[in-house]
Each structure stands twice: as structure tokens, then as C-alpha cells.
Write a protein that binds this ligand. Structure first.
Ligand SMILES: Cc1ncc(C[n+]2csc(CCOP(=O)(O)OP(=O)(O)O)c2C)c(N)n1
Ligand SMILES: [Mg+2]
Length: 756
């Protein structure tokens, strides 16, 4: 049925690039078609005898395929004119439009960059939308692009529930699974979903990407969930074109790897042929929706026109192979179906083809004339929204008295009526308070439930709020953070716990590439608010070695838009947690809350038994202003110590020694907020004091201390006598040697002495 461009290439095709060859192929195929058409089917009749697809469905799907194809061709033409800035296309994958047709526009979708056919088809689900213009604006990086506002060429749409996805392959699978689990979880905590209760989540990706650890982790977690008879209605769509850039997927590997996985229900469909593929896609979609089980749809596709416009396949791929791939072009098959069924004549088909080309080119020209992002303020507008008044109001709004009394087990047990306590207890109480305040709050992670976490910080929370709101996950940080995004996508407030800072690094991309980037790449239309609690930093006496004492904040600090808070004492911890929750709820922010493990149980400050590090629980209508430091001895001006975390009690002790030795009055500033750094406050304190010590328990290179010193220098205060007491650039050894690489009190005292 297919015509193949014969090899070697005929003279008339010489000099054409592969996109042009595919374009010519289509037209020649139609012109050369010599079959006899059937009687034209009516709208509701099968397009081909025995097909599950009717004529109307075929016509619309074919049109979606043509939209996708001509957007690709347009991008190739206009890229060289600098009117389009992205050429990774969907050609050969257009059959994924079937998945869109068979799902709903309220089924949240996380798409592969080749899911252009899907996108065009999903646009049909709502009236008055134009896939061609919207896509053209995205290709042109126009500020008017409705998906990302010109920040990236993404498949994304707020009304169509397509959450924008950039191109770190496989990174979207954990959050797609998380969203599916969240859809089911919502009902169990009485949370009103923004989508219908029987929604499923669609998640597409390539064959090569299916091997990625982040993909495998999502498949595993999906199966782990289904194995326990818990619902996880996610439709994984593997768009298998047999290749990843230039590396072939071994023949049959996808089926071999996925057809027999327990608790991942496998379906295969021919994405190259609408007439036969449709029924199989339908079976997969219906199975997923009905059974609520993770479903794997293996969709056969091909990749024509190379990986991207810059990929000159002709230079590395045998011509015969290229021709064979191009001959399997699904648009040729659709053209054959259209002609054989009598739905279109050769002329009307060619006219439709040219009309779509003209429509895409015209849209691109319009898009090119629309404004682009022209200032940094434009670029970062949606990155880190902050509404100070609303955040403050939300943070200081207490839970209802009844909810609090129920949460704490009686009026007498309310934490503000209790004696002063240490950090771990106050975090625990603050979490109880927040769970009383936010019925949509969920806390999850490794060992957080009955055990209450390694350090008992979440102890009693499950008992108070139930296993539906406080629960253990499987042992996988990538999935924990994927779940957090999923719950957030469905309007819940996620408090994921990462057991140790070292294990955040293991899953960093879920925050760096995904969660923290969502508001940016969706132009503020989507948000995944969360407060990620991480047991952090060093100084645990007699315990740990590196992975329990990791002091690298650096990997978090350069994530745009992220908020990092690090309290050093119990009252601050409670007040800060309220503000972080408010930042998440009001402004959709992604927040990291670093809990200094070594201070969890610390009770004394200067002398054993002095109780100097115990604090009262702040009343529930108090919170901490975002960015505000705590200042000890604010009138002192001989020396200021700028620090955070474990550095705070150390510096307070060292300050006494320095005062005794030199008669100086020492101010200690606990910055508390590490991202963004409050540069104005840093400068103010330095300006008011004669000398400066920066105490940073993190590492010398790229740590918080560098940021503090830079802020001082940039404020024109670089001439102040300054010392930095900072961790070494090393991993942390076991036992007492751990303390050799991190600041200690005598280091601070020595730094003071050196400033005389
Ligand atoms: C984590 C990550 N590693 C590498 C890349 C670079 N890269 C982009 S696409 C791609 C190949 C993907 O192949 P496949 O999943 O089969 O999708 P296809 O392009 O064939 O549709 C690679 C290696 C990336 N985007 N993300
Ligand atoms: Mg591939």
C-alpha cells in the first residue's frame, strides 16, 4: 500500500532536505494513488470495514495530524529566518492524536515533545480554541504564547489540562503518577478535585526515555501502588519510534521490558494506522479509566525528519534506512485511508494539505509580529510570586479553636500553654497546628508515620490526623517529590519529608527541573505549592558520617524561585513553618525547610542545664515575616556575626568569649532565610558594626557564606574587616573527625581575635 521513495534518490529530490522530502513524498503519494474509492461513508459509519473509528472521527484525527505535520514543516522553514526557535517535531508520531480523542480535556496530561498530534486533537474538546495559532505563538517564543508566555516551546494549556513540560526526558513521569494517585486520594480526605473524580492522567514519553531511572522509578512506584490494590489511574504512553537521537532501541525491547510486568497493564497499538490503532488505544484508555490501574500503552510510531532541525540524519544513517522510515509515514497511511474510503478525492486531499500549510505559515507570520519577552522583569514575572500582605494574613490566621483542641487532645494540651521546649517538639506541634488549619495538608515520606520519622519529629501526627493524611511512602525520594507535585497539582498542600539532606541531592531534579519551574514555564497558570521538610546539616554527636551530616545547601540555593528557610530554635521553627505554608497556599511557592538535626534535641546554650535553647511555642496568630532575621544584641556594634542554623548557638557562645576577651559588644544575626538572602538586612547590620564574621556551616565553595560576603561587598562595605568561618570542601568522615571539617566555637573566637 505504501509507496517508497526509491533508493538512490531520484534526481528531482536531490538537494532537498529530509523535511522537504517527506513533504514531497506526501504529495506524490496522493497524486500517484491509483486505487478505486469505496462509497463514501456517512459520519457515523466505520471508516474502514471493521474499524472502531468512524468517518467523522477519522476526518478530525487526520486534520489533527495535518496540523501537527504542517507546524513541523513551518518550523523548519521559519527557523532559518529566525522567526521560530524550536524544531523538535512530532512527525511520524501524529497517531498520538488518537489518545487525545479517546481521553477528556480534563484528564491531566504530561506530554512528550512529540505529542503535537495529541495537542491538536485535544484542542477540539473546547470550543473557540485554535491549536495552530496557539502553537505558532509558542514556536515563535512570543509573549502572547498562551502556554508559557514565550518562555519555552512547550505543549501546555491551562483550559485543556496540559501541564507544560520542557524536555528533560522522563522527569515528568513521577509527577504524572503522583497526580493520578492524588486524584484518587482526594476523595479519601474529602478534598474537592479540580477535575472529575474518574479522571485519568495521560503521560507520554519516548522509547529511549523509558529506560531512564526517573521513568523506571515511576513504573516501579505505579506497580508498587497497584500491587497493594491502591488505585493509580495513569496511562503511560510510550511513543516508540525505535530510536533516541541516534541510538536505536533494540528491536522488541519495549514489549519485552513492559509486556509482562506485574501490576503495569500492557496494551499495544499501531500509532501509524488510525483505522486499526484506534480500537487498541480505546481499550487501553477504557481499561485505565475503569480499573484505575497503571496502564502502559505501547504506541508504535516512527520518527521522520530527524531528531530536530539540526539533526542531519543523512550524515549518519544509511539512506535505505531513512527511506524505509519515511515510507512508514503515518500521514501516507491516513491519506490512503482517506482516498480508499472515498472520504476525500485526490484533489480535495491535496487542497486540504496545502490549505493547512498556508494556515500554519500565516499563523507563524502573525506570531512573529507579536511581542517577545523584552526585559528581565518580563522573563521572571511568574517565577517567584510574593504577596506580602496576603502571606502575612494567611500565616497569622490560626486554625479554629475547636480544630486545635481536637488536634492537641484538649485545651490543657495546647502547646502555647506548655513549658518551653526544644526544636523537635516545636516543629512537631507546629505541624499539628498546620494540619488542624489545612484539611488539605498531607505529610509523607520514609518512616514518617507510626515511627514519627528517624528523629520523631512527626510523632503522633498520624494518630491525630489519620493514615490518609500522614503516611509512609516507598523508599524513593524521586517518587516522594513526584507525589508532592501530583498532590499539589490537584490542589492539596504537600509536606514531603526527605529523610536526610544527602538524599535530597539524589532526587534534586524533581525540584530543580520540575516543581520550581512550573510557575515559570506555565506563565503562572499552574503551581505546585509544597513545603519540603529536610533533616539537614552536620554536628550530630557520635552519629552519622557524611550521609547523615551532609552540609551542602548549594544544590538548593541556585534553584530559581525556591524558598529556603532554616530555623535554629523551636519558636522560630514554628513561626517559620506557618509562613512557609502561607507562601505555598497564597503564592504557590515551592519551599524547602531545613531542619538542623543536631539542634533537634538541644536544650542548653551556655551551660549544661541552663535551658537556654528551649523556647515557648508562639501563639497561633504569630508568624515570621518572610526574609526577616533574628537579631541578638541589636544595639551591639563592635562586631556582627552573620550566621544561621547550628552557627547560631555556636556564635552566641563564641560572642560571650569574644566579649570577655576584647570587651567588644557582639551582635549575632540569625539570617533564618537562606533563599532569597535578605541582602538589605545583611548590609544594614554590617554598616552598623565595625567588624564582621560570617559563620557558615556549609561548604567553603558556593555556600551561603559566599552569598553573604558578596552582598556585603556589593553594598559597598567591602572595606569592613571581615572573616569567614566556614566548612571545608570535603565529605564528612565518621566519628569525632566529622568536626574537623566544620566550624567550631574556637574558630569563631579565633576569627574575632584576628580582627583586632
Ligand atoms: C535526562 C535527559 N538526558 C538526555 C537528554 C537529551 N535527549 C533529548 S531527547 C533524547 C532521546 C530521547 O529518545 P526517545 O525517548 O526515544 O524519544 P524520541 O526523541 O525518539 O521521541 C535525548 C538523549 C534529555 N533531554 N534529558
Ligand atoms: Mg524514540
Amino acid at each position: 500500500m505504501f509507496t517508497t521513495v526509491p533508493s538512490p534518490i531520484p534526481a528531482r529530490m536531490k538537494g532537498l532536505n529530509r523535511a522537504e522530502i517527506c513533504d514531497v513524498n506526501f504529495q506524490e503519494f496522493v497524486r500517484a494513488w491509483a486505487g478505486r474509492p469505496e462509497a463514501k461513508p456517512a459520519d457515523g459509519e466505520a471508516i474502514v470495514e471493521g474499524s472502531a473509528l468512524d468517518a467523522r472521527g477519522f476526518r478530525e484525527l487526520f486534520e489533527s495530524q495535518l496540523i501537527s505535520r504542517h507546524l513541523d514543516l513551518m518550523a523548519r522553514v521559519l527557523r532559518v529566518q529566525n522567526k521560530v526557535f524550536y524544531t523538535i517535531g512530532s512527525s511520524g508520531h501524529e497517531g498520538n492524536a488518537m489518545v487525545a480523542r479517546l481521553t477528556r480535556h480534563t484528564d491531566p496530561a504530561f506530554l512528550h515533545y512529540r505529542s503535537g498530534g495529541f495537542m491538536a486533537e485535544r484542542f477540539r474538546k473546547l470550543p473557540g480554541m485554535d491549536p495552530v495559532m496557539d502553537s505558532a505563538l509558542s514556536f515563535a517564543a512570543s509573549k502572547d504564547d498562551p502556554a508559557s508566555g514565550g518562555r519555552h516551546k512547550v505543549w501546555g494549556s491551562k483550559p485543556l489540562w496540559v501541564l507544560p513540560q520542557t524536555s528533560t526526558i522522563a522527569s515528568h513521569l513521577p509527577k504524572a503518577l503522583g497526580t493520578a494517585i492524588a486524584i484518587e486520594h482526594a476523595r479519601r480526605i474529602g478534598h474537592a478535585l479540580p477535575v472529575p473524580e474518574d479522571s485519568i492522567v495521560v503521560c507520554s514519553f519516548g522509547d529511549a526515555s523509558s529506560n531512564h531511572a526517573t521513568a523506571q522509578t515511576a513504573f516501579n512506584a505505579a506497580a508498587w501502588t497497584a500491587y497493594q490494590k491502591l488505585p493509580a489511574p495513569v496511562l503511560f504512553v510510550c511513543e516508540d519510534n525505535g530510536i533516541g537521537i541516534s541510538v536505536k532501541t533494540p528491536d522488541g525491547w519495549i514489549a519485552r521490558n513492559f509486556a509482562h510486568r506485574p501490576d503495569l497493564d500492557y496494551f499495544a497499538a499501531d500509532g501509524l494506522d488510525l483505522a486499526t490503532g484506534y480500537a487498541d488505544v480505546k481499550r487501553a484508555v477504557e481499561h485505565c479509566r475503569r480499573t484505575r490501574r497503571p496502564t502502559f500503552l505501547h504506541l508504535r510510531t516512527t520518527r521522520i525528519m530527524g531528531h530536530a532541525g539540526t539533526d542531519f540524519e543523512i550524515e549518519w544513517r544509511p539512506l535505505e534506512e531513512l527511506c524505509a522510515v519515511e515510507a512508514a509515514d503515518p500521514l501516507l497511511r491516513s491519506a490512503a485511508i482517506a482516498l480508499e474510503s472515498g472520504l476525500w478525492s485526490k484533489d480535495t486531499l491535496l487542497e486540504a494539505y496545502e490549505a493547512m500549510r498556508a494556515r500554519c505559515m500565516a499563523a507563524a507570520e502573525v506570531a512573529d509580529r507579536r511581542p517577545r519577552l523584552a526585559s528581565l522583569a518580563d522573563v521572571i514575572a511568574p517565577l517567584a510570586p510574593y504577596s506580602p500582605a496576603a502571606v502575612a494574613a494567611e500565616a497569622t490566621r490560626p486554625a479554629s479553636p475547636d480544630a486545635r483542641i481536637a488536634a492537641f487532645g484538649g485545651e490543657q494540651a495546647l502547646p502555647e500553654a506548655q513549658p518551653r521546649r526544644h526544636l523537635a517538639v516545636q516543629i512537631n506541634q507546629a505541624l499539628h497546628d498546620l494540619f488542624a488549619k489545612y484539611p488539605q495538608a498531607l505529610l509523607f515520606g520514609e518512616d514518617v508515620a507510626r515511627k514519627g520519622g528517624v528523629y520523631t519529629v512527626t510523632k503522633g501526627l498520624q494518630k491525630a490526623f489519620g493514615g490518609r493524611r500522614v503516611f509512609n511512602t516507598l523508599l524513593d525520594e524521586t517518587v516522594i517529590l513526584g507525589l508532592a507535585q501530583g498532590y499539589a497539582n490537584m490542589g492539596m498542600l504537600a509536606f514531603p519529608e526527605i529523610q536526610y539532606l544527602a538524599y535530597f541531592h539524589n532526587a534534586c531534579d524533581q525540584i530543580r527541573g520540575e516543581a520550581a519551574s512550573l510557575q515559570f514555564f506555565s506563565n503562572g497558570q499552574y503551581r505546585n505549592p509544597m513545603v519540603m521538610r529536610i533533616a539537614s546539616l552536620g554536628y550530630q554527636r557520635g552519629f552519622g558520617g557524611h550521609f547523615h551530616n551532609d552540609n551542602s545547601i548549594t544544590a538548593l540555593r541556585d534553584i530559581p524561585g525556591l524558598v529556603i528557610g532554616c530555623p535554629s530554635r523551636g519558636d522560630d521553627a514554628a513561626a517559620m513553618l506557618r509562613t512557609l505554608a502561607a507562601l505555598a497556599v497564597v503564592d504557590g511557592r515551592v519551599c524547602a525547610y531545613l531542619e538542623p538535626i543536631a539542634l533537634y534535641m538541644t536544650k542548653d546554650l551556655h551551660e549544661p542545664g541552663d535551658g537556654g535553647w528551649l523556647t515557648a511555642y508562639p501563639p497561633p496568630d504569630e508568624a515570621m515575616a518572610f526574609g526577616e532575621p533574628r537579631v541578638y544584641a541589636p544595639q551591639a556594634c563592635d562586631l556582627v556575626v552573620l550566621t544561621f542554623g547550628n552557627g547560631v548557638p555556636m556564635s552566641l557562645r563564641a560572642a560571650r568569649a569574644i566579649e570577655a576577651a576584647h570587651g567588644w559588644k557582639v551582635r549575632v544575626v540569625d539570617l533564618r532565610w537562606l533563599l532569597p538572602l535578605n541582602e538589605a538586612e545583611i548590609a544594614r547590620h554590617v554598616r552598623e558594626c565595625a567588624r564582621v564574621i560570617v559563620v557558615d556551616e556549609g561548604r567553603r565553595s558556593a555556600g551561603v557564606g559566599e552569598g553573604i560576603v558578596t552582598a556585603i561587598t556589593e553594598a559597598g562595605l567591602g572595606d569592613r574587616p571581615l572573616r569567614r568561618v566556614v566548612g571545608a570542601d570535603t565529605f564528612t568522615p565518621l566519628a569525632g573527625a566529622a568536626l574537623l571539617g566544620i566550624p567550631c566555637e574556637s574558630d569563631i573566637v579565633d576569627a574575632g581575635a584576628s580582627l583586632i
